[in-house]
Design a protein around this ligand. Structure first.
Ligand SMILES: Nc1ncnc2c1ncn2[C@@H]1O[C@H](COP(=O)(O)OP(=O)(O)O)[C@@H](O)[C@H]1O
Ligand SMILES: [Mg+2]
Length: 283
């Protein structure tokens, strides 16, 4: 959903509960699609879920391969009929509120098979590994300081795979001025997925892409949100992201450029992901 708002779908049936912090539910909707639903007043804060929707639209606008999203209306009867989808809290089980929630459309390739955890030996089959640098740049820009998640679906060539990024939420909804999150916290869990030789050019290109298209991406993403989700906190975050565009190179590159020239002079190679990680943990 990137140009304007798409219409809200209605929940028809509960399929199963998903793993993860959000305690999301897989739900069948009125358009015959299935959605991973995150509760507006659930384990993640309401602002976190709204910002996930904003990021999801921003990433889509930037051309990253991401899951798409919409709003979903969950009726009270469905919640009453399926206590399995209720939320566990330290104080007990809580029934989510009926009404409008965030819904990520289930990535379901024809044939249905995809990988969420891909063995390292299969990384060479992934056709769009360089997009992981794009996801990293976008995550750092939008302060999504949470491990990067992707699904791998069959691509056109036999046995090739394509990564689709999911989960654009972050536990750090709004960072306070004194909080500094580690840039490395938004890397994919197996760092070998990143094509190391493309790191410096890949990141430079993505930073430039964000510099050129970031303003339009935020404007489009803003329009994709339901008006009642556009609170002062959301607008504050949008403005913060706009401000970060001009600083993005400095935010990401002191670490890299500091090491890259020395490293490449010595070894003739670009700086490694290990260097990025070491530099990232210093920030
Ligand atoms: N669009 C999607 N398509 C397929 N599976 C998804 C999608 N979004 C989420 N999932 C699955 O649901 C799980 C929980 O969703 P996620 O967005 O990671 O929520 P959280 O980590 O906040 O609980 C994921 O680990 C993944 O298995
Ligand atoms: Mg997750």
């Amino acid at each position: 959903m990137i140009s304007g708002r798409s219409s809200t779908v209605s929940a028809i049936d509960f399929v199963r509960k998903m793993q993860g912090k959000s305690q999301a539910a897989l739900i069948k909707a009125s358009d015959h699609e299935q959605y991973v639903v995150k509760w507006m007043h659930g384990p993640r804060s309401t602002i976190s879920v709204r910002l996930e929707a904003l990021r999801n639209s921003v990433y889509q606008y930037l051309g990253l391969p991401v899951s798409t999203w919409t709003t979903i209306d969950i009726p009270d009867e469905l919640l009453k009929a399926h206590p399995e989808m209720w939320i566990s809290t330290p104080k007990g089980i809580i029934r989510p509120d009926a009404g409008i929630h965030f819904a990520s459309r289930l990535v379901s390739p024809p044939g249905g098979a995809f990988y969420e955890f891909l063995p390292t030996r299969m990384f060479s089959r992934v056709t769009n590994r360089s997009d992981f640098w794009g996801a990293y740049a976008a995550d750092v820009w939008t302060e999504r300081f949470e491990i990067r998640q992707a699904l791998f679906v069959p691509d056109e060539a036999p046995s090739s795979l394509r990564a689709i990024f999911i989960d654009h939420g972050s536990s750090f909804a709004l960072l306070g001025s004194k909080e500094v999150a580690r840039l490395t916290s938004c890397l994919y869990s197996d760092r070998l997925i990143y094509p190391e030789s493309e790191m410096v050019t890949g990141l430079h290109d993505w930073i430039e892409h964000i510099r050129k298209n970031g303003h339009a991406a935020i404007a489009q993403a803003h329009d994709s949100l339901p008006p009642e989700w556009i609170t002062s906190s959301v607008v504050e975050k949008e403005n913060r992201l706009l401000d970060r565009i001009q600083d993005l190179r400095d935010i990401m590159f002191p670490s890299i450029s500091r090491f890259s020239s020395a490293a490449s002079r010595k070894t003739g190679r670009c700086c490694s992901v290990r260097v990025l990680l070491r530099a990232g943990t210093v920030l």
